[in-house]
Design a binder for this molecule. Structure first.
Ligand code: ADP
Length: 399
């Protein structure tokens, strides 16, 4: 069965078609600038060198998905003769609140619940819904599956997900930790169990998803036990442009000094902080590393702070789970940034974590990075959220 995987953002859309259950990627693409001048679709059929590029105004997600479906049926670049060949569509949905503990078939109830979570994911959930509704219009009756970034983290115990704010805000507004990147953490944890030759239920893992957005997850008994992102993706690790954990009292303090309102402060913490805010160079780790190598002290400070924060979460999660069997590195920086991986694993002998510098000289390949003597295994596992979405979709529509 061919499964179309769609990840809708507010002005962009990424997609892939995978053959399931063989897990073979058939094509992938990106639509940029939906609803803004200069909309463009770039489509790549696997095995063809030449890309298919379409520049045409796409005022909304329905028009954009219409062009995606046309590309899928294109005589040269397409992957199907008719849309009947697409068995199902899987959608990445940012926020499922506490309503979804797993992926599910899209129906009216599911859409209502995604809508109800809009206040928790105001930028993404409306776009995710638009993607679902566009597919309903263009492919009536096609089974669709919703896969939530938050679902994997719903197993956290209350002591991990509650904030020590007045309890009424939890009851009134569902203010608590939700966590994100759940599809990625779930995917790499399953791969880790395969690599270790163990049942997921018998191992304790710490999964480090280190990209532009970054989060870390403690996985015990095959379930999420704690994670670093919170009510929103702002909490936890230092990210490209997000500050991660800070003293919340800094917010009113800065707002008062600078004459900022809540929206200004929110933008500052989400878009102008993190690696960019500290280094003043870039949000991109490669640029920050280059600047640090050239002697830029603030770039070096940003990298040191990033590593310090990751280490402190690893220590804290090892303590929470009473041990750890393996640490996983994934996502752009986790998969490619050998210097950062080495810095994170440095001086962790107390925990039994020993990185092998030779094995660590690798990028984007599933492998072990630990020395033979290391009690804790260190795993590099390229993430594949689209494959996880396709797997869930296939499983749900064929069961
Ligand atoms: P997201 O999906 O959150 O946008 P990615 O998972 O694509 O992010 O990761 C992007 C980050 O990974 C960027 O900051 C980039 O600099 C970093 N990265 C990619 N390749 C390397 C590399 N070779 N060395 C260091 N960092 C890298």
């Amino acid at each position: 069965m061919k499964v179309l995987v769609i990840n809708c953002g507010s002005s962009s859309l990424k997609y892939q078609v995978l053959d399931m259950p063989s897990e073979k990627l058939i094509c992938k693409g990106l639509v940029e600038k939906i609803g803004i001048p200069g909309s463009m679709l770039t489509h790549t059929k696997i095995g063809l060198d030449e890309k298919f590029v379409l520049q045409s105004e796409m005022p909304d997600h329905t028009t954009a998905i219409g062009h995606v479906l046309d590309a899928l049926l294109d005589p040269e670049h397409g992957v199907a003769k008719s849309l009947d060949e697409i068995g199902a569509v899987g959608h990445r949905i940012l926020h499922g609140g506490d309503k979804f503990t797993a992926s599910c078939l899209v129906d009216e109830k599911c859409k209502d619940a995604i809508r109800a979570c809009i206040p928790l994911g105001p930028l993404h959930n409306p776009a995710n819904l638009m993607g679902i509704e566009a597919c309903e219009k263009l492919m009536p009756g096609k089974p669709q599956v919703a896969v939530f970034d938050t679902a994997f983290h719903q197993t956290m115990p209350p002591e991990a997900y509650m904030y020590a704010l007045p309890y009424e805000y939890y009851k009134k507004y569902a203010v608590r930790k939700y966590g994100f990147h759940g599809t990625s953490h779930r995917y790499v944890s399953q791969k880790a169990a395969e690599m270790l030759g163990k049942d997921l239920k018998d191992i304790k893992l710490i999964s480090c998803h280190l990209g532009n957005g970054a989060s870390i997850c403690a996985i015990k008994d095959g379930k999420c036990y704690d994670t670093s992102m919170g009510l929103t993706p702002l909490e936890g690790l230092i990210m490209g442009t997000r500050c991660g954990d800070i003293d919340p009292a800094a917010i009113p303090f800065i707002a008062e000094k600078e004459g900022m309102n809540f929206k200004d402060v929110d933008t500052m913490m989400n878009k102008k902080s993190g690696m960019l805010g500290i280094s003043g160079v870039s949000s991109d780790f490669r640029d920050v590393e280059t600047a640090a190598d050239e002697g830029n002290e603030r770039a070096k400070l940003a990298l040191d702070m990033f590593v310090h924060r990751v280490k402190s979460y690893i220590g804290s999660y090892a303590a929470e789970m009473d041990g750890v069997d393996a640490i996983i590195f994934t996502a752009g920086l986790g998969e490619n940034g050998k210097t950062t991986r080495a810095a994170i694993c440095k001086d962790m002998d107390f925990f039994g974590i020993e990185l092998d510098p030779e094995k660590n000289d690798v990028r984007g390949k599933q492998c072990f990075l630990n020395t033979d003597a290391s009690r804790v295994k260190i795993l590099l596992i390229p993430t594949n959220e689209e494959l996880m979405i396709a797997k869930d979709t296939y499983e749900i529509v064929t069961k």
